[in-house]
Design a protein around this ligand. Structure first.
Ligand code: SF4
Ligand code: F3S
Length: 377
């Protein structure tokens, strides 16, 4: 095992291979507060990539309701049981062990493999809140006593993928040009060590072809400078895909860097596993904080504070308005007055949107359509 630096843990850790970061690392920010669980992303992915025999049960993108929803069933409860609770010191450094450091003798990571029953209930727990609603319950402060929240999930295209580390065939590789993690379908022999090691359970076995398969980050689109299907189809405009700078480098004009490193409004999912996942979440402001700290690590409180200041932060507000505004990958952004602008890698303007949407009050009765209209203020 090599010593590698994991910036999310603020320390070095053991990993199967030497540190070798790609020239560019694809990354995402998902705003959980805006997700409406419409599953449009799930279906967009399903129709694009997993419609073949042997892939029936696969959802490379899924949206689950926390705390009682999971796909596969109970995946993160099992992970936490296996790893034990995460421990962080006051400086934000992980003091507990990652899946690699907890690996049993002779294995490369600590993990578990689910059977088909666990994959058979993708909507379990959907919209089920935790806590009891008594008659007349009125929620007037944060976090809510009774809550649920939606967690959209794809492969994290980790910097230190558990799947890649565990495969004895070396059938999984991380592309140097963009950091996308792929399973080589020719080399794979279906050992499923990858599925065992992935802490997020984002590798899925195809019993028809006898190989493992997973989210490919819509790489044919990424190669054309376009965002993946799940991102561009998102009704709630909760997603943005881009590139994150390596540790120690911050480009404040880069949207992903700005959210993750400058404003620190987006945090990784279960960073304690040690894979350095590259999907970052803006945590739900209304959910239980202890729960969120276990799920997103010690940056959660700061992220929620930063998010709640968005109304008075024109740059962040403008950047959020650029979510879902273009199919192209936004490499740089700027906010000029009341306009947010996105640029491509050459500095060519891709899109401009108003920072604040105009507020239009409609007539109560619409004579053209002979109908009554409601205004939400
Ligand atoms: Fe591999 Fe899982 Fe990380 Fe995806 S989320 S790169 S499948 S370890
Ligand atoms: Fe390797 Fe996983 Fe295939 S362990 S052989 S990539 S099923």
């Amino acid at each position: 095992m090599a010593d590698v630096f994991n910036w999310q843990l603020q320390r070095k850790m053991k990993y199967q291979y030497e540190e070798s970061r790609p020239q560019k690392q694809i990354a995402w920010v998902f705003d959980t507060n805006k997700c409406i669980d419409c599953q449009t992303c799930t279906i967009a992915c399903k129709q694009t990539w997993t419609w073949s025999t042997g892939q029936e049960y696969m959802l490379w993108n899924n949206v689950e309701t926390k705390p009682y929803g999971f796909f596969p069933m109970g995946w993160d409860v099992k992970l936490l049981e296996l790893m034990g609770g995460a421990k962080w010191d006051t400086a934000g450094q992980l003091t507990s062990e990652t899946i690699f450091e907890q690996a049993p003798a002779g294995e490369r990571a600590k993990g578990f493999l689910f059977d088909s029953e666990h994959w058979a209930h993708p909507n379990i727990g959907e919209d089920e809140p935790v806590g009891v609603a008594e008659k007349g319950t009125y929620v007037d402060k944060l976090p809510h006593k009774m809550w649920f929240s939606y967690l959209a999930r794809i492969c994290n295209h980790c910097t230190y993928p558990g799947c890649l580390a565990a495969c004895p065939r070396e059938a999984i590789y991380k592309r140097p040009e963009d950091g996308i993690v792929l399973v080589d379908q020719e080399r794979c022999r279906g050992y499923q060590e990858c599925a065992t090691a992935c802490p997020y359970k984002k590798v899925m076995y195809n019993p028809e072809d006898r190989v493992s398969q997973k989210c490919i980050a819509c790489y044919p689109k990424i190669e054309q400078g376009e965002q993946p299907q799940c991102v561009v189809s998102c009704i709630g405009r909760i997603r943005m895909a881009g590139y994150i700078s390596p540790p120690g480098v911050i480009d404040p004009k880069n949207p992903i860097d700005y959210m993750v490193k400058v404003k620190k409004v987006a945090v990784p999912l279960y960073p304690q596993a040690g894979t350095e996942p590259n999907v970052y979440y803006i945590p739900p402001v209304h959910a239980d904080r202890e729960y969120l700290r276990q799920m997103f690590g010690p940056g959660v409180d700061g992220a929620i504070d930063a998010y709640q200041k968005t109304k008075t932060d024109a740059d962040l507000l403008g950047l959020f308005m650029l979510f879902g505004s273009t199919e192209r990958i936004i490499r740089q952004f700027a906010v000029q007055g009341e306009t947010a602008i996105g640029y491509d890698e050459k500095g060519t303007e891709l899109v401009r949107v108003p920072v604040r949407e105009p507020n239009i009050v409609r007539d109560y009765f619409d004579r053209v359509h002979d109908s009554y209209l409601h205004n939400i203020t």
